[in-house]
Write a protein that binds this ligand. Structure first.
Ligand code: APR
Length: 237
């Protein structure tokens, strides 16, 4: 294992599974009980905002109750102790990386504890329910607040910074994502194209299998701390 100069980590719902949060596409995944086209597209929000608000308002209590697991904690330790930059890009709308102590986490699909005003574009904290009668505290418009979650059909967030990170990374680690949603699923290809070593942490091989140099199968709460300890030990030698 070499010494790296720019480590980029992409996480998906699988890293939060051991914290008790449902993933999207597993047998009891979120999308099994709530079709994507009813709660996760901009068209659904425009046609039935109250139904979409209810879905995310119902999700909030369990997301906020969840605690970071050993995988989140290991990544926060790596960020603190590794001598080169360790960047975390997450598809997750929970804030378990931050609760574990990670900093500057790039939430490319947004955050469930925030809302965005479709009138003025301002983002507010939204730990309580928002609905079609919520008034924007900045422009005072009612009914234009939307969960700050990127719906299918919307542009991802932080992509300028993500592109720069990927172009300069020499270690790309993907943890707990099925690799079926783009553009996040293509990040490994960019990393490979610039010569990075690529690792996939999952319970099983994913559709992105081909692009990864290394596959570490198992529960992220076990495999990620082990890997972090190896990276840190390498730095100490
Ligand atoms: N350890 C490691 N991997 C795990 C664990 C675990 N304990 N539990 C589940 N996984 C893996 C599954 O094998 C699966 O490959 O995590 C992955 C979760 O895949 P998805 O449910 O598709 O979630 P994700 O890849 O994050 O979805 C991407 O799709 O709907 C959109 O916006 C949503 O951000 C989400 C995006």
């Amino acid at each position: 294992m070499q010494k790296y100069h720019n480590i980029v980590i992409l996480t998906g719902a699988g890293i939060s599974a051991e914290s008790g949060l449902a993933t999207f596409r597993s047998s009891n995944g979120l999308w099994n009980n709530h079709p994507v086209d009813k709660v996760a597209t901009i068209e659904a929000f425009e046609q039935n905002p109250a139904y979409v608000h209810d879905f995310y308002n119902e999700l909030k209590p369990e997301v906020f109750k969840a605690r970071p697991n050993a995988a989140h904690i290991a990544l926060a330790k790596l960020q603190k102790k590794y001598p080169s930059p360790v960047s975390i890009i997450t598809q997750n709308v929970d804030t378990l990386h931050e609760k574990a102590g990670s900093t500057h986490v790039l939430h490319i699909h947004g955050q469930i504890d925030q809302a965005v005003c479709l009138n003025c574009g301002k983002i507010i904290s939204a730990t309580s329910d928002i609905d079609t009668e919520t008034i924007c505290p900045f422009c005072q418009t009612m009914g234009m607040m939307k969960p700050n979650i990127v719906f299918f059909g919307e542009n991802l967030l932080c992509m300028d910074e993500v592109d720069i990170l990927l172009q300069h990374c020499d270690l790309f680690i993907s943890i707990g994502t099925s690799g079926v949603v783009f553009p996040a699923a293509s990040f490994v290809q960019t990393a490979k194209s610039v010569g990075a070593q690529t690792y996939e942490f999952n319970l099983e091989p994913t559709s992105n299998n081909f692009y990864f140099d290394h596959h570490i199968m198992g529960q992220a709460g076990i495999t990620v701390p082990e890997f972090v300890e190896k990276l840190l030990a390498q730095e100490e030698n």
